[in-house]
Design a binder for this molecule. Sequence first.
Ligand SMILES: Nc1ncnc2c1ncn2[C@@H]1O[C@H](COP(=O)(O)OP(=O)(O)OP(=O)(O)O)[C@@H](O)[C@H]1O
Ligand SMILES: [Mg+2]
Length: 1138
Amino acid sequence: MKSIMEVKTSLLDNMIGVGDMVLLEPLNEDSFIENLRSRFDHNEIYTYIGSVVISMNPYRSLPIYTPQKVEEYRNRNFYELSPHIYALADEAYRSLRDQDKDQCILITGESGAGKTEASKLVMSYVAAVCGKGQEVNKVKEQLLQSNPVLEAFGNAKTMRNDNSSRFGKYMDIEFDFKGDPLGGVISNYLLEKSRVCKQPRGERNFHIFYQLLSGASDDTLLKLKLDRDFSKYNYLSLDSANVNGLDDAASFRTVRNAMQIVGFMEDEVQSVLELVAAVLKLGNIEFKPESRVNGFDESRVKDKNDLKEMCELLGIEQSVLERAFSYRTVEAKMEKMSTTLNVAQAYYARDALAKNLYSRLFSWLVTRINESIKAQAKTRHKVMGVLDIYGFEIFEDNSFEQFIINYCNEKLQQIFIELTLREEQEEYIREDIEWTNIVYFNNAVICDLIENNQNGILAMLDEECLRPGTVTDDTFLDKLNTICAEHQHFESRLSKNSKFLTDHSLPHSCFRIQHYAGKVLYRVEGFVDKNNDLLYRDLSQAMYKATHSLMRQLFPEGNPAKVNLKRPPTAGFQFKASVGVLMKNLQTKNPNYIRCIKPNDKKVAHIFTDSLVCHQVRYLGLMENVRVRRAGYAFRQPYESCLKRYKMLCKTTWPQWRGPARDGVAVLLTDCSVPTEEFAYGRSKIFIRNPRTLFTLEERRRACLEDLATLIQKIYRGWKSRTHFLLLKKSQVVVAAWYRRYAQQNKYQKIKSASLVMQSFIRGWKARNILRQLKYEKRCKEAVTTIAAYWHGTQARRELRHLKEAAREKHAVSVIWAGWQGTKARRELRRLKEEARCKHAVAIIWAYWLGLQVRRDYRKFFRANAGKKIYNFTIQRIMQKYFLGLKTTTMSPMDNTWPAKPYGFLEGAHTELRRIFHLWRCKKYRGQFTEEKKAVYEEKLEASEIFKDKKALYPSSVSQPFKGDYLEIQKNPKYQKLNSAVEEKVLLADLVNKINRANGKGSPRLFLLTKSNFVLADQKTGQVKTSVPLPDLASVSVSTQSDGFFALKLKEGSASASKGDFLLSSDHLIEIITKLHRIGTTAADRDQINIDISDEFLVQFKQDKVCVKFIQGGPKNGNSAACKRKNNRLLEVSVPSP
Ligand SMILES: Nc1ncnc2c1ncn2[C@@H]1O[C@H](COP(=O)(O)OP(=O)(O)OP(=O)(O)O)[C@@H](O)[C@H]1O
Ligand SMILES: [Mg+2]
């Protein structure tokens, strides 16, 4: 087992000085101060004395309040980490939560020592570690935000502290059983209200006045009838209006925000600000004396402006308030008397009103906050109280307020002594623990001097105040001098024992008290007034008459219906009572102490004034505290609860110890090997000397609890696993049965589908074999067809060659060739048609048969035969479709269209069919011709043979039909004579120009052609001029160009030759020449007429030969050629360029 002493705590590790003064060696005042100083120099501002925390004010922000720090200290043992205020807060919070003990945090120290800061740190720590949730967070926020509001109204800058609390505050935070905050209650103690009217030099009024003037918007100030300038207000001290490090404007925003979070309504905030403004206005009201007939001076308001504004703000009738400042009504024995006020009394009344107004406003604020933060649930609460009271104060000039404040501090010191020093020592004795008494100063005697009901200072003050007759501060001092003269802590120049008669540091109007924290000199001036705290009834009644609702609430005694002639309790009496209640309250709770120490008087960081610290250490009784702590025991607990807490550490005591608790604890400690000097047995409690021992016990308890938890966990897990396993086993059987069935089903399905696959493979293989066979047969058939086609082709070509040769020899051959071709084509077509018809018929029959077959065999043999059948059927369909597709071509021989080849395998047949079809339709076309038409086409054919590609005129003539008789000789009566002159049938009659060789000009002539002659006749008369028998015509000459000139040359020596050759021009040259040539050709007995085509030829005119020359691009006169005589032997014909 680990030895207890081996346990390390970080409290003891890496310490600067010692973290716990109890461990200080040697223990004396110097080493104590030195320890504080060295820790302070290293920013260690917290030091323990056992469970008491000493806090040094660092006067600067240290990085030790971060959320990480909060986490670090959360749920840790007090001595586990280095000293910190968080450790104390955590300890208090956990005792409250886990051990159900109400706690109080007592924070003491003089003004500026850091009490308020410490209280805020404690609250923020508790807020950070306690439960979370929307509702809880709201409560926390409200509790935390109550601070800025109260600080604004209750704190002020003093010589000792820039943010000095001028009221006492005790806050009870209420928690539910889980440790979640439910709400809180704040109690406030006596606000130092004299500050409202007057502040000592270098100090300020309450923060809110400055914050309002600096931070409020112009609009708000206008509404409140205020001016930003501090100097305009009598109640605001000017010499320290601006404090370094304080941003009043920003603070104002914070306060407004905090008020909103706490739950103040907008109109409530407005009312509060109006009252603050009213106090400022009130301070500005001034008075002047006005002589009365009776010789007395009566006070009058000097400048009524401020009064008017204040009345407007609060809704008070101005005259009522004005009267209240000039008169005072005194009621005695049902009789009312009005007395006038002089100027001094008026000022007194004004200030009393201001002070009362402000302090009542402050109390109202506390009540209002309490209303908001009040715990809603009615369940039992656990409470943590935080006490932050004004610190002990010693000024040069101390008055009633300081007296009260210091009395309160005395009481706190008393409670500290009671609980830590006296109570502790008494307990050792009670418990019969060996103990050497430690001497300490008990301030009970000072408390008694102040609060004793018979002859205490407060009691005497009250007595003075209530006594009839003239009462002044001096009569009060006289009384003190008589009654307290003997008291060892009371000093006065004129006291009865005249001990201080020669003490010049003690003025006549003062008395001095030796407080626990030092001697304080009090000036009696104002004691009686302040204790009386009188406000003239006229003023409270005037206030009650205000329309401002908050104002009315604050002055309920002003209600004329409830006139109470009894004097209200004095301030001292009230304070004493409330402090009494507080002390009682604190005594019921478990105390946690934070002792704040101020390192210097300058409010600056890094300065440690030994004498000042030493003084505080002394009066706080810290040395005695350490001594008691060291001599005594760090921890005590009744045997029962100790046993209950640690019984799991020992087998004998766990789980139940049957016997006296004390024996159980003894067994336990022996079993845990705690050295005997570490503990002592009291009557009812066990005392443990060293915190480390306790810490070790706690550690082991924690470990033990973990083991116990593990055991419970283990058993639970075992049970859970076993149940789970049984369930799994049962389920597994069901799952296995289902799975087996599923697997067998799967297997069967697989076998079934495998046999189907095999079947289809075999069928496929068979089908492919048949397909291969069929394909082979088809290829053989196609090969035969192709060979046959080639053979036919060769034959045809050979035939064609023969025919071509024959045709070339004779023109007639072409006719024979065509006929032969036609016959051949017809035959071929017939054959093909027959074949196609057969194929088609066969295909249809075959398809039907196949369809039948397929349908019949479909189910059984589809897979085996379908391929071949579908193939054949498809081929036939293709052929059928192909042949039907050919039908679209027209019968015109000119039509060149032919459908595209649809399939590659039809290529041979496709071209051959095209050729045969073309020949056939040509033949058909020719068959339609009549004899005349045939002759016309023959003529055209002849013209083509003569002129094609030889004469440029030819192409234009192709489209012109050969009409022959252009003059309509038979019908035209004009040519009747001519008609009768020509016996034969006229084959051609046309108008020509006969060219005159002399000038090249043409003269019109009629040109007629019969079977045997050509005739030239006069155009006008129709008289035959020349008739030449055709056999006399030797040749015809024409040019190669597009002109219509032609020369008819006669045979030399013939009868007609004497007339000379004819040079003519005609529009129908091609027709004339063709007909001449034809007639010449058909007449077998005649020589053929030669046709010369050249651009230069000779013409034999009557006498001489003339050369006719054709040139191109001659002068253009229209479109026709022009003939010109060049000389005797040359006629030039210029033909326009094409
Ligand atoms: N822990 C701290 N860290 C930093 N600054 C601190 C700390 N404690 C106190 N201070 C400083 O010291 C100033 C005075 O502290 P605080 O107001 O708490 O004194 P107090 O003891 O409440 O005095 P009083 O009795 O006058 O109200 C604070 O305004 C702050 O500037
Ligand atoms: Mg304070």
